[in-house]
Write a protein that binds this ligand. Structure first.
Ligand code: ADP
Ligand code: MG
Ligand code: MG
Length: 899
C-alpha cells in the first residue's frame, strides 16, 4: 500500500512525464506504461492519467468527482494544448481526446473507452476543414455520439445500430464504410435525435462537459456487475480502482496513408523470436476488434509503407530491450506518422512462455532465476500432455467439463470390464459411463480416456483421471447412454460401440471421429528450464504412483522417489478382487489368513515391479487405507457370483455388506484401524514388501522400500503397529535366511489433526512424516471431500473461502497444523524426514508453503512432477518476504498482493 498523495493527475508528454512503469498501482498498467514509453522517447500521443486513488475517492464519496479534480484536469489540458498546438473544442483544427480506463491488473475489455471527445457541431466543422475530409469528420462525430451515448449515458448500442442499418439500406450501402458524406450527415442528425430521446438531453456541445462525464463513467464502470464478476473469476482483489487516461486522439482512418494494428514482440503461441502482429489500413482500432474487416499480417506492411514497418521493428526492439519481456502493443499510423498507444506484458501459451524465458537468458536479457519466475508453473501442463492437432477440423457433438486435461480418442466401451477386455484385444477405447466408482478403476486405467454424463470437476472420474494424467471429460449432460443397446445419443446423433469419439480434456469438447494428436516435447527449452529449476530448488520432488508404468513415467519426469504408493488399487485387478472379497467375508482368523496367503504372491509381484522401476530411489508403500466396504460387490448379480464361488449362501454376502456399511466411512473403520483389528492384513502386506525387496536385492536391484502407516491419531497406534511391522520384517528375513543389510524405514502419515498436535509423541516412533493433506483438510474444516460440491460454489461466490481448500492448501488453518507438526516433530528428532503426499503436493502455491515450512519433499502425481520441480525452484528464488507472508498465520486477514 502507498501513502495517499494529493496529486491526482499525472502528465505524460514531451514537456514532462510524471509516471514510471513501476507505478501501476497508482496509474494503472496502461497509464504507467504510457508514461514510461513517453520517457524513453517512443512516439506516444500526449495526455495525462487520473490516479486509481481518485477512483477510490469517487466511490467513497458516493459517486461524486472529488472537488478540485476538474480544475486539475483543465490545467493538464492546457499542457496538452500547448504541446499539440491545438485547442480542445476549437472550430479550427480541434484537439480531440480519448478517455481510457486502466487498472493495475489488465482486465481486457472490461471497462469502456470513449474516443473522439471534444467534437461538437462547431468542432466537427473545424475537423472537416483541417483534415480536408468532411466524410471523416462526420464519421468521427457519429462514433462519438454513439460511444458517449452507450458508455456514458447507458443508451443501448442497438438503438444506434438500428438507425445505421436503416440508413445503409436507404443509401444502398452494405458496409459501414460505404455510406457517403450525405448519408453520414443524416446519420449524425438521427443519432443526436436517438440520444435526445433516450437521455432527455441534447448531446452536450460543451467539450469539457463531455470530458467530465466520460471520466465519471470510467470510475463508475469499476463497480458494474461484469467488472466485479471478472475480478472474482480471476481472483483479482486488493485494488483501489481504475485509473483514467485522457489522451490526444490520433487517427488511423484518415486515408490510405493511415492505419492501426496490434503487435507482439515475439510469437505468443510458439514463443518464436519473430515479430508478430496484424494491421488494417485506413481504420480505427475498434474496427479491428469488431471484426468487420480481416486484418493483414504485419509483415505485409512492407509493401504498404516500408519506412513505417522499419520504425515498427525499431519500436519492437526498444520495447524488448527496455522491458526485458515479450510485449504486446497497440499502434496507429496517422498520415504516415507512427504512434504507440499501449504496451503490456504479452499473454502467451505455456509452450511460448518456456521458449521465451529460455531464449531471453541465452540472449543475456534476463537471469536464470528471472526465467524460472516467468513461467507460471501450472502452464507446463500444456507441454506435458498430448494435444489435438490444431490444424484439424473438429466436429464437436457436445461439451462437458474439462475435468482432466489431455487429448484422447477411441471406440466406445460401456463398462470397466468391457474396457479391459477390448484393450486386451488390442482396441483403443474410451470408457463412457454415467459416472464412475472405485470398482471401475482398472477399466478407467486401461481406457484411453474417460467420458461421463454426470458429475463435476471433483467427481470420482475427474479426481482419479487427474491423478493419472488421463484425459477426462465429465458431466457431459447432453449425452444419453443406452447401455442395453450399447449406444449413446447426443443432440440427435447416435454413436455405437464401433464409433470413434475424441475428447479434449482441456476444453471439454467431445468430437465425432478420430482427431489426430501430437506428443509432448520434453527436450529443448523445456529440458533447459528444468535443469535450472533443479539447480535452484531445495525441495525434492517425489511422486504418487501405484504401478511400475506410472513409476517409470514419473522418473522420466524427474521424480526422486515415490512418496505414496497406494496398495488398494492393486486389489481390484482381475482375479484378485475375488480373493480380497474372500478375505473380507472370512468368518475366522484362520479363514482370513488362508485368503490373505493367496494375495501375497500378487502383492509381491506388484512391489517387485515398482521397486525395480524405482531402483536406487525410495518407495513409500502405504498399508491398506480404505474401508473394507469399498471392496465388496454392491450389485445383486455380483453378490450371487461371489456367494457361488465361496459356496456360501448369498445371504451371508449380503449380511456382510450390511455389516460393513458405515454412516461416515471417511471417519470409520479404515487406515491403521484396519491393522489394529485385522493384524493379519498388515502382516500379509509387510511380508510381501519384504520378500519383494529381498528378491530384488538378490538380483542386484537396489530396492529401497519404506513403510507408511496411515491415519494415525495417537502414538500408541503407531507404537503397536511399528512393533508388528518390525517383527514381520525380521520373520521374513529369517525365513529367507537373509543376513545382508536391509533397512526399511517405518513412518506415518500426519493426516488427523490430533496427530499434528501430538507430533512430538508420534515422532518418537516414526522414521518419517508424510502429510496427508487431503484428509487433514477434510478433518480440519470438517468438510467431507466427497460432498463439498453441494456447497463449495456458494462459499466461493460469497467469498467465505478464497479457493477450494482441497486444491490449494489452506495455509492459515491447515497450514498451522502442518507448521506445528513440523516443529514438534523436529523438536524431538532434528533430522526427521518430512514430506507431503496429498493432492496439494502438485499445487504451486502449496509447494511454496512446503518450501517455507522446511519439508524435505513434495509428492505429486507423475504428470505434475515437472510442475512441482519448477514451483519448488520458484519458491527458492522468490524473495524471502513473500514466503514469510505465506507462513504467517498469526494475522487472520491477509491482504493478497496483486500486480
Ligand atoms: P482496452 O483497455 O479495452 O484495450 P483501450 O484504452 O486500449 O481499451 O482503447 C481501445 C482502443 O481505442 C485502442 O485499441 C485504440 O485503438 C483506440 N484508442 C484509444 N485511445 C486512442 C487514442 N488516443 N488515439 C487513437 N485511438 C485510440
Ligand atoms: Mg487496448
Ligand atoms: Mg488419507
Amino acid at each position: 500500500m502507498f501513502e495517499k498523495t494529493k496529486k491526482r493527475v499525472h502528465y505524460f508528454g514531451k514537456t514532462k512525464s510524471e509516471g514510471t512503469k513501476e507505478m501501476k498501482e497508482l496509474l494503472g498498467g496502461k497509464g504507467a506504461n504510457l508514461a514510461e514509453m513517453t520517457s524513453i522517447g517512443l512516439p506516444v500521443p500526449p495526455g495525462f492519467t487520473i490516479t486509481t486513488e481518485t477512483c477510490a475517492e469517487y466511490n467513497e464519496g458516493g459517486g461524486k468527482l472529488p472537488d478540485g479534480l476538474m480544475k486539475e484536469v483543465h490545467n493538464h489540458m492546457a499542457l496538452v494544448e500547448q504541446e499539440t498546438g491545438k485547442r480542445f473544442g476549437s472550430e479550427i483544427d480541434p484537439l480531440l481526446m480519448s478517455v481510457r480506463s486502466g487498472a493495475a491488473v489488465s482486465m481486457p475489455g472490461m471497462m469502456d473507452t470513449v474516443l473522439n471527445l471534444g467534437l461538437t457541431d462547431k468542432a466537427m466543422e473545424g475537423l472537416a476543414s483541417s483534415s480536408g475530409n468532411r466524410r471523416f469528420a462526420l464519421d468521427a462525430y457519429r462514433r462519438l455520439i454513439n460511444m458517449f451515448g452507450d458508455v456514458v449515458m447507458g443508451v443501448d448500442h442497438e438503438n444506434f445500430e438500428k438507425e445505421f442499418d436503416c440508413l445503409k439500406a436507404k443509401y444502398g450501402a452494405s458496409l459501414d464504410t460505404e455510406l457517403n458524406e450525405e448519408g453520414l450527415q443524416e446519420l449524425v442528425t438521427i443519432y443526436k435525435q436517438v440520444y435526445l430521446e433516450h437521455t432527455g438531453e441534447e448531446f452536450p456541445q460543451d467539450p469539457y462537459l463531455q470530458l467530465e462525464k466520460s471520466i465519471e463513467a470510467v470510475f463508475k464502470s469499476w463497480n458494474i456487475p461484469r467488472a466485479i464478476r471478472y475480478r472474482q473469476i480471476n481472483e483479482i482483489t486488493g485494488l483501489l480502482g481504475t485509473a483514467v487516461n485522457v489522451q490526444t486522439m490520433v487517427f488511423g482512418n484518415m486515408g490510405e496513408d493511415s492505419g492501426t494494428g496490434v503487435a507482439f514482440t515475439r510469437n505468443p503461441a510458439t514463443g518464436e523470436n519473430k515479430f508478430y502482429g496484424e494491421f488494417l489500413i485506413n481504420a480505427q482500432g475498434e474496427d479491428v476488434v469488431a471484426g468487420i474487416r480481416t486484418p493483414q499480417p504485419v509483415e505485409e506492411m512492407v509493401s504498404w509503407r516500408g519506412d513505417i514497418y522499419q520504425q515498427l521493428l525499431e519500436v519492437k526492439d526498444i520495447l524488448e530491450n527496455h522491458y526485458r519481456e515479450m510485449e504486446d502493443f497497440e499502434f496507429t499510423v496517422e498520415r504516415g506518422q507512427l504512434y504507440i498507444l499501449q504496451t503490456r506484458t504479452g499473454k502467451r501459451t505455456g509452450v511460448a512462455a518456456v521458449k521465451i524465458a529460455v531464449d531471453m537468458v541465452m540472449e543475456s536479457r534476463i537471469t536464470e532465476k528471472e526465467a524460472l519466475l516467468r513461467v507460471p508453473a501450472n502452464d507446463l501442463n500444456q507441454l506435458l500432455l498430448p494435444t489435438f492437432d490444431l490444424n484439424t477440423e473438429r466436429d464437436v457433438v457436445t461439451k462437458g467439463l474439462p475435468a482432466s486435461p489431455g487429448a484422447a480418442f477411441g471406440k466406445l466401451a460401456f463398462s470397466a470390464d468391457e474396457v479391459v477386455d477390448r484393450v486386451h484385444a488390442g482396441e483403443t477405447v474410451l470408457l463412457v459411463r454415467k459416472e464412475t466408482s472405485p470398482e471401475d478403476v482398472s477399466g478407467m486405467h486401461a481406457a484411453a480416456g474417460i467420458l461421463t454424463s454426470t458429475g463435476g470437476m471433483t467427481s470420482h472420474a475427474a479426481v482419479v483421471a487427474r491423478g493419472w494424467g488421463k484425459c477426462c471429460v465429465a458431466g457431459a449432460g447432453e449425452i444419453v447412454i443406452n447401455e442395453a443397446q450399447r449406444t449413446i445419443t447426443v443432440n440427435g446423433r447416435t454413436f455405437t460401440d464401433q464409433d470413434i469419439l475424441s475428447i479434449d480434456g482441456t476444453s471439454g469438447e467431445v468430437m465425432a471421429g478420430e482427431v489426430p494428436t501430437q506428443d509432448p516435447q520434453l527436450s529443448g527449452e523445456f529440458a533447459t528450464l528444468m535443469e535450472w529449476a533443479d539447480h535452484y530448488r531445495e525441495l525434492q520432488v517425489w511422486t504418487n504412483a501405484d504401478t511400475p508404468n506410472d513409476a517409470l513415467r514419473a522418473r522420466e519426469y524427474g521424480a526422486e522417489g515415490i512418496g505414496l504408493c497406494r496398495t488398494e488399487h492393486m486389489f481390484f485387478e482381475g482375479e484378485r478382487i475375488k480373493d480380497m472379497r474372500e478375505m473380507i467375508l472370512a468368518k475366522s482368523q484362520t479363514e482370513r489368513r488362508a485368503a490373505l496367503d493367496k494375495l501375497i504372491p500378487y502383492q509381491r509381484v506388484d512391489f517387485k515391479g515398482i521397486f525395480t522401476a524405482m531402483q536406487g530411489l525410495p518407495v513409500t508403500v502405504r498399508l491398506l487405507d480404505p474401508p473394507l466396504h469399498e471392496f465388496l460387490p454392491h450389485e445383486e448379480h455380483a453378490q450371487v457370483e461371489l456367494a457361488n464361488r465361496l459356496s456360501v449362501p448369498v445371504e451371508r454376502v449380503k449380511t456382510r455388506v450390511v455389516q460393513l456399511h458405515e454412516a461416515n466411512p471417511m471417519l470409520g473403520h479404515r487406515g491403521c484401524r484396519l491393522s489394529i483389528t485385522y493384524p493379519e492384513i498388515l502382516t500379509m502386506q509387510v511380508t510381501a514388501i519384504t520378500e519383494a525387496a529381498i528378491e530384488c536385492l538378490q538380483e542386484k536391484i537396489d530396492a529401497r522400500p519404506e513403510i507408511m502407516i496411515p491415519l494415525v491419531g495417537t502414538y500408541k497406534e503407531l507404537q503397536l503397529l511399528r512393533e508388528k511391522v518390525e517383527q514381520t520384517i525380521a520373520a521374513v528375513k529369517e525365513a529367507k535366511n537373509y543376513t545382508a543389510p536391509l533397512e526399511i524405514p517405518i513412518g506415518t502419515m500426519i493426516e488427523i489433526p490430533r496427530a499434528a498436535l501430538t507430533a512430538d509423541q508420534i515422532a518418537e516412533h516414526a522414521d518419517f512424516f508424510s502429510f496427508g493433506t487431503n484428509d487433514l483438510t477434510q478433518m480440519t474444516f470438517g468438510y467431507s471431500r466427497d460432498d463439498i460440491a453441494s456447497f463449495l460454489p456458494d462459499y466461493l461466490n460469497q467469498e467465505i473461502l478464497e479457493k477450494d481448500p482441497f486444491q490449494s492448501l489452506d495455509t492459515v488453518g491447515v497450514g498451522q497444523l502442518v507448521k506445528t507438526a513440523v516443529s514438534k516433530g523436529r523438536g524431538k528428532e532434528k533430522q526427521l524426514k518430512m514430506g507431503i503426499c496429498g493432492e496439494h503436493g502438485g499445487d504451486p502455491a502449496s509447494i511454496a508453503f512446503c518450501h517455507g515450512v522446511g519439508l524435505n519433499y513434495v509428492s505429486c502425481s507423475p504428470f505434475r512432477v515437472p510442475i512441482a520441480r519448477l514451483a519448488a525452484s520458484q519458491a527458492a528464488v522468490k524473495n524471502q518476504k513473500e514466503i514469510e507472508l505465506l507462513l504467517d498465520t498469526s494475522d487472520e486477514i491477509k491482504v493478497k498482493s496483486t500486480g
